[in-house]
Design a protein around this ligand. Structure first.
Ligand code: FAD
Length: 291
């Protein structure tokens, strides 16, 4: 099923993101974790893609497995910055063969060791190309605090608008820990004329190291309130997992209270985290508690 259709409906959706393994020896355990998450019946799931091509073949395998066994709509991610046109086109063919109808089209991070191909510079080029390759529902990434490489937010929104005009059907945000940053971004995006659905991405932080890593990569602001929580509970894994899930659930409740119907959760291949979020919000989302 096309995710674009779900995002147009006036109904709450909750979706989870998972990622493929880097090496084949981890494939079975990752597949098992993603299947467990799929068994919780999310509205859709997305499977990320290794920018350097390292895990790229596993994206299609995991996506098609989940789609077949659980009938959960799947978004397969695809990055382009370090790929040739030929490689991208073969990957798209394999997505088609596996019945994938939704693609999150990304540029990908520029590899530190240098690019191995120079066929694409921006996600908008990939999106334009995908539009000619089939009837996909196409998503794009957006950054409420601005993308790390962009020097000013006005330019970032200008390029985002160009990306939507290239053919994005919806946008999903990078994680944020302060909902006001999202509301402010949403206002600026709408003011610039971007009208497609914008799905907030929420990351439940379950370890101190995860926060450190995520912030280093994305530059996401950590509000004092959340920093105090991590300082207090970060050295106790069980407590940190519980309060991380609570903090994310609290963000989700606030988003829903402010009229946001579609929430994407960066569940990071952790079934306990997906389950924790769903159970905390079972009444709000109108779902049964998962045992
Ligand atoms: P773009 O939209 O191309 O933007 C990249 C930068 O270029 C921005 O600073 C933008 O302002 C600027 N820009 C855009 N167009 C122009 C232009 N015409 N002229 C000048 N500047 C321009 N990474 C992965 O490797 N695999 C994944 O599966 C993955 N999934 C993601 C999912 C989401 C929801 C998000 C938010 C990010 C994801 N990423 C993933 C990370 C993403 O690949 C990186 O953030 C990457 O650096 C930017 O990708 P993009 O598609 O947003 O790039």
């Amino acid at each position: 099923m096309k995710v674009c259709k779900l995002l147009k409906e006036d109904k709450l959706t909750i979706s989870f993101e998972v990622f493929p393994p880097k090496t084949s020896d981890r494939f079975d355990s990752v597949l098992e974790a993603t299947k467990k998450i799929a068994s919780y019946n999310p509205d859709f799931m997305s499977v990320t893609y290794g920018a350097g091509g390292g895990t790229s073949e596993f994206t299609a395998e995991i996506a098609s497995s989940l789609q077949k066994e659980y009938e959960v709509p799947i978004i397969a991610h695809l990055t382009c910055v370090s790929s040739t046109k030929d490689f991208v086109s073969k990957t798209v063919e394999s997505y088609k063969k596996n019945g994938i109808k939704n693609i999150m089209a990304l540029r990908g991070d520029i590899p530190k060791e240098g690019r191995i191909a120079h066929d694409y510079n921006y996600a908008s080029e990939l999106i334009r190309e995908l539009k000619t390759q089939g009837e996909f529902c196409i998503g794009g990434a957006c950054y409420p605090e601005g993308h790390v490489e962009c020097e000013n937010k006005a330019d970032d929104i200008k390029y985002l608008k160009e990306k939507v005009e290239a053919g994005c059907d919806f946008l999903t945000t990078q994680m944020f820990f302060d909902n006001n940053i999202f509301y402010n971004f949403l206002y600026r995006a709408r003011e610039s004329g971007i009208t497609v659905p914008i799905v907030p991405g929420i990351m439940p932080i379950t370890t101190k190291q995860q926060l450190k890593r995520s912030v280093a990569m994305s530059g996401t602001n950590v509000p004092e309130r959340f920093r105090a929580i991590v300082d207090k509970f970060g050295n106790s894994p069980d407590k940190m997992q519980q309060v991380g899930i609570l903090y994310a659930a609290d963000q989700i409740v606030d988003l829903i209270a402010n009229g946001i119907n579609h929430i994407h959760v960066y569940s990071m291949n952790k079934p306990d985290v997906a389950k924790g979020i769903l159970n905390h919000l079972s009444e709000v989302l109108g779902r049964d508690i998962i045992e």
